[in-house]
Design a binder for this molecule. Structure first.
Ligand code: ATP
Ligand code: MG
Length: 140
């Protein structure tokens, strides 16, 4: 299996409820390793840039407002097939569709406030990691 890196974000609904440690434990127990992590507050411009692929979607404005509503924890995860593995551990976008034991099934409040983000391809992972981390901040 290929070792990959992916970007994960613990979203404001989860930091507000003090769930960072529980979510991080699920990621580690799922076989992923934190090679970078920081807690930040996104501003509107950065949130819009990050979610630019969704800018025509009806939920774009609300999503950017939500993502700037409190702190987020941005993190680089490393492991075998890390992109797909992280998305398995997170579960489906809509918590109503997420499998038991996933982050979103366990913690998400709604399809929007769904506790975690994970890159959806290796190519996007590299782009998203570079949005938040310089090479010297990632220690494998
Ligand atoms: P993420 O990109 O956050 O990892 P995802 O890839 O599962 O999630 P996307 O389709 O990329 O889902 O949507 C990005 C985010 O936009 C979702 O995680 C969620 O917070 C929000 N979102 C998606 N669909 C809806 C919707 N129908 N209504 C409200 N918010 C939504
Ligand atoms: Mg996505």
């Amino acid at each position: 299996m290929a070792t990959e890196r992916t970007l994960s974000i613990i979203k404001p609904d989860a930091t507000r409820r003090n769930l960072t440690g529980k979510i991080n434990a699920m990621l580690e127990e799922g076989g992923l390793r934190f090679v970078a992590q920081k807690r930040i507050k996104l501003d509107r411009e950065r949130a819009e840039r990050f979610y630019a692929v969704h800018k025509e979607r009806p939920f774009f404005n609300d999503l950017c407002a939500f993502m700037t509503s409190g702190p987020v924890v941005v993190q680089v995860l490393e492991g075998d097939n890390a992109v797909a593995r992280n998305r398995e551990i997170m579960g489906a976008t809509n918590p109503a569709d997420a499998n038991e034991g996933t982050i979103r099934k366990s913690f998400a409040e709604s399809i929007e406030a769904n506790s975690a983000h994970g890159s959806d391809s290796l190519e996007n992972a590299a782009i998203e990691i570079a949005c938040f981390f310089s090479d010297d901040e990632i220690v494998g």
